[in-house]
Design a protein around this ligand. Structure first.
Ligand code: PEP
Length: 249
């Protein structure tokens, strides 16, 4: 059966000192539920995070990676490099990557392939813009994001996939999808995966909700049957807030 996951996306926050201090604070918190805890610090602190969190139940993920194995890609980081510092989970397709770095569905498909080829777990993010929701196109947009960047993978690869539905209008805005909106979309996503693959694949895939999840709203969102956890931005930068969310299951 699918697992609960709460993942913190630190984005471009926390230098080395701040990373050390937040990781110390996180290690002092207690996971009282059954959710796997993931943190995604910036690249340069992944080695430190991964080493420091060895033998704890906090997993370290990267926020992005390049699709090529190696080569003349100045400034980029490969799957193999991530794995060499003990990181085998990667976030792909975050809306900020799509919007500010022009990451297209095709590019994301190749990043997904690179992750799977290197035996990594991929947290695949997607979600509609506000105009899509206002015009009633949110389900069609989400279905096409899944189809174009993910539905080429083999059925067996789904054990390496975590889905993260993040309506763009709710990320970093303080505006959250209502628990009902999240549930409706998660149920739609599961139905779409079932139609493309199988009910079994759909039942087993973890689907996270992301978009202004806070200690105050996590419990209600996580109480929905198709919401299996959260991808948390702002509230993952304070250990107490983050663990209140982790313990909201
Ligand atoms: C995110 O960046 O994935 C996110 C959900 O951010 P926030 O929680 O700050 O809205």
């Amino acid at each position: 059966m699918r697992k609960h996951i709460v993942a913190g996306n630190w984005k471009m926050n926390n230098d080395l000192n701040a990373t050390k201090s937040l990781i110390t604070d996180l290690k002092n918190e207690k996971n009282e539920g059954d959710a796997e805890v993931i943190i995604a610090p910036t690249y340069i602190n992944l080695d430190y995070a991964s080493q420091t969190l060895t033998n704890t139940d906090i997993t370290v993920a990267a926020q992005n990676m390049h699709q090529a194995e190696s080569g003349a890609y100045t400034g980029e980081i490969s799957a193999e490099m991530l794995k060499s510092v003990g990181v085998s989970t990667v976030i792909i397709g975050h809306s900020e990557r799509r919007a500010y770095f022009n990451e297209s569905d095709d590019l994301l498909a190749s990043k997904v392939n690179a992750g799977l080829k290197n035996d990594m777990r991929v947290i695949f993010c997607f979600g509609e813009e506000l105009e899509d929701r206002k015009s009633g196109k949110h389900e069609a947009v989400v279905a096409s994001q899944l189809k174009n960047a993910l539905f080429h993978i083999e059925k067996v690869a789904w054990s390496h996939i975590v889905l993260a539905y993040e309506p763009v209008w709710a990320i970093g805005t303080g505006e959250t999808a209502s628990p009902e909106q999240a549930q409706d979309m998660h149920a739609f996503i599961r139905k779409t995966v079932a139609a493309q693959y199988s009910q079994d694949v759909a039942n087993n895939v973890t689907i996270l909700y992301g978009g202004s999840v806070k200690p105050a709203n996590a419990q209600e969102i996580f109480s929905k049957p198709d919401v299996d956890g959260g991808l948390i931005g702002g509230a993952s930068l304070k250990a107490k807030d983050f663990f209140e969310i982790v313990n909201a299951f």
